[in-house]
Every structure is written in C-alpha cells, then in structure tokens.
Design a protein around this ligand. Structure first.
Ligand code: LP5
Ligand code: MN
Length: 246
C-alpha cells in the first residue's frame, strides 16, 4: 500500500535526461503502487492541449501507459496551468482542483502546488490572478501555437528578471497562509506541496496541535524527488537521473 507524489519536473524538449528519468520512474512504478499524484509543474510550460509536438505526445503516451495500470492525478502548477480536458483524455490523467483534500490509509492530507501560498510575493500574486482569468486564457488559447510560444518567451523574460530581483524569503510560502488553509481542512490534515524547490518536512504547533507540511523535491540533473505515503506515514525518496551523452 503506497501512494507516490512528485512535483516540479519542468519537463521540456530541452531536458532529455529528466524526460528519460520520468519515463523510467513511470515504468518502474506502473502497477506497483496505489496511485500517483503530480502536484504541478510537470512541464516547463504548457502552451495548450492542442500542442501535438513529439515531446508533448510522448509525455502523454508515457502517462497513458502508466494510467492503464495505476491511477494518476494531476494538480496544475504555475507553469502548466493551461493543462485541460483534452490533455486529461490523451494521458489518462485525472485533473484535480488546488487545494485537493484526500484521506490515505486513514490519515487526512491536503495537496496543493503551493504557489498560491506565497502571499508575500505580491507581484507574483497579481500576475497569477491575471493569468488565471478564464477569458484571458481562452483568448491566449485561440492564438496560433507559434504566437503563443513567442508570447510566453517574451513574458518569461519579464518574469525571469522580476524573479532575479526578489529577496529569496518572499518566494517561500507564508506561514499564516498555510495555517489559514489548514484551518479550513479536515482536522489533523498534513499539507503536501511543491513549487518552492525547498524540499523539507516541517512540523510546528498551532493552537496546541502539531501540524505538518511536506515540500516535494523538484527534479534536476542531480536527481528527482518524490514522496511516498504508506500506512506508516510519509517518506522522501530520490530517483536517479542519468546524464545522456550529447
Ligand atoms: O516558476 P518559477 O519558480 O520560475 O517562478 C514562479 C513565478 N513565475 C511565474 C512565471 C512562469 O515561470 C512563466 C510564465 C509565463 C507565462 C506566460 C503567460 C502568457 C499569457 C497566458 C495568459 C493566459 O510563475 C515567480 C515567483 C516564483 O515562482 C516564486 O514563487 O516569484 O513570479 C514572477 O516572477 C512573476 C513576477 O513577479 C511578475 C512579473 C510581471 C511581468 C508582467 C508581464 C506581463 C504580463 C502579461 C500577462 C498576460
Ligand atoms: Mn511552480
């Protein structure tokens, strides 16, 4: 009885080693675990479900093969917030809203990508509110794919510069926002999220109750992170990434 969680793989055609590691992760666990949860930013950027380039089709095919044996759930991140119904159909993945409550082996958990909890990062929260507007997303998705790619490239130059100028502390979750979220969840819920690239297990006291938050490790050439939950609790693991020869 095991359920797996991954986040922040940031896969793209430019990350062949990570893509391969993701494929081997799926192959190794298909039919071996109860479910896989992807907590956002599987992709470096998702331009829309009509992106049928070989890389996108390949990822969908890997997920679909895995999903034939084991259910896969995905909660969108700040880079793949445009994943939609067609992707879900092609990949066999079930899309979830953020936050998502679930009970595993008798213990309640709350799943989130985590970007919505970084409330000290006001510039990002304004940006997020803008790009989450349905009408803007529909307008963007109606553009030809090539235009979308160019637009994203231009916006990323801006956001990349903005990020480089920010103090690191504001790019972490805000602890009051975390407590407020857990206040609304089932009592005793353990929060699991990604996004911050600061893998850790946090424990603290809130109104006399012990609370817990796990941050899933992002994937990079040094290795990929995952959490595994069993009836005995949460355990962090690492998945090897093999650097491919040029
Ligand atoms: O992902 P990561 O860790 O690098 O950084 C995030 C935040 N950045 C982002 C941006 C994405 O990485 C790239 C998004 C490209 C989007 C293109 C959208 C095209 C239109 C789609 C319309 C539906 O998420 C970063 C956080 C960091 O996490 C830590 O939490 O700090 O936030 C930023 O850097 C955002 C800046 O603070 C805001 C900059 C404003 C620039 C305005 C450009 C115009 C916006 C036009 C919107 C349509
Ligand atoms: Mn993210």
């Amino acid at each position: 009885m095991t359920t797996l969680f991954i986040a922040d793989l940031h896969l793209s055609p430019a990350t062949p080693a990570l893509n391969q590691a993701f494929q081997s992760f799926l192959q190794a666990h298909a039919g071996q675990v109860d479910a896989l949860y992807i907590l956002g930013d599987l992709f470096e950027f998702w331009l829309g479900d009509d992106d049928r380039r070989p890389f996108s089709r390949q990822c969908c095919a890997w997920l679909a093969e895995f999903a034939r044996h084991t259910p896969v759930f995905l909660l969108r991140g700040n880079r793949d917030f445009l994943l939609g119904r067609r992707f879900a159909r092609d990949s066999g993945v079930t899309l979830l809203a953020d936050p998502h409550p679930l009970t595993l082996y008798g213990q309640p958990y709350l799943l989130s990508h985590g970007d919505g909890l970084c409330t000290d990062d006001l510039a990002y929260q304004r940006f997020r509110a803008r790009v989450h507007q349905r009408w803007l997303q529909q307008l963007f998705l109606a553009l030809p794919l090539g235009w979308r790619a160019r637009l994203v490239g231009a916006v990323r130059q801006e956001t990349g510069q903005a990020k480089a100028d920010k103090p690191a502390a504001i790019m972490d979750v805000n602890l009051q926002a975390v407590d407020a979220l857990l206040d609304r969840a089932a009592p005793g819920s353990i929060l699991i999220h990604g996004h911050t690239h600061r893998p850790a297990q946090h424990q603290w006291l809130h109104a006399g109750q012990l609370r817990q938050r796990w941050v899933v490790r992002d994937w990079r050439n040094e290795g990929g992170g995952y959490l595994q939950i069993t009836p005995s609790g949460v355990l962090a693991g690492s998945w090897p990434v093999t650097i491919l020869p040029d």
